[in-house]
Design a protein around this ligand. Sequence first.
Ligand code: BGC
Length: 340
Amino acid sequence: MKRKLISLLTVAALMIAMLTGCSSKNEVGAEQLADKKVGVCIYQFNDNFMTLFRNELQNYLVSKGFSEENITIVDGANNQDTQTAQIQEFIDNKVDVLIVNLVNSSSAGTITDLVAGAGIPLVYINREPGPAEEQRWADKNMNVCYVGCDARQSGTYQGEIISDIGKNKVDLNKDGKVQYIMIEGDPENIDAQYRTKYSIKALQDAGINVQCLDDQIGNWDMDAAKQLVAESLAAHPQTEVVFCNNDAMALGALESIKAAGRTVGTDIYLVGCDALAEAVDDVIAGTMTGTVFNDHITQSHSAGDAAINYVAGIGNDHYIGCNYVKVTKDNAKKILDSVK
Ligand code: BGC
């Protein structure tokens, strides 16, 4: 009797799987996706890191069975009102799923209610809405999730790249303190806040005394950082370390470091984050002390998988994480090969 019941249940499960066309997570058939529409909102196309992310995401969605003409990716031009209007248009066009890289993380609540209210599942990427908002999705059982890394880890790795060199080597002027300047991304962005805080905390945790000579907002932008670091180095020639919240800004900083006649690894240290190919080339050449790999490949694939699960009626965890990787001369070549 018991065996008969088990085989009946097995047959029923198989039939359900055949009818829905999916047997388990990530085995959604390409034919199920071909006519599904996905809207992707990027905070700004003019951002090197998000461009890598966006291209990888598009290729991945196509490789999984979405047709290219059903994937629409729009540029928020770093303006939340523009992005909110784009999201409204996607809702009006009845997309099956939305993937959103917010302009302002603080708009997450409004955007979530707009999208979920229209019955469309939502995958946030890159800019984390925050724990309270994520708890709300869980409490209300919403089809909303976030895919990204914990920026505290990237900040910690940035600091460790410097502390691993050794206090005595980094303290170039031997005054018992490490003098640094910090170039931040968008200050309302949690990645910028955490990288700024945790990079310095890692130095302190390693028993290093620090002195902040300057802390400026470069808004993730190479040219802005170049200008800021030029001014900062002129005002504070005793700078020993330049921390940048991302590689685009570190690349800008490097130009000003060179223009000031300074040499990374000899009389100054420079750390970025993201592992843009140009920055990893600099790590290999020794013109950048290190960076942190912000794994856009894993993140874009996880975001694509989450979108596919929603489309197939399978839920997702509300937080889908990913690890950062510390990049120094030792592993830079390996990281470069994996991103190329
Ligand atoms: C990246 C930056 C990027 C920013 C955009 C961060 O995670 O490190 O390079 O500009 O996201 O939000």
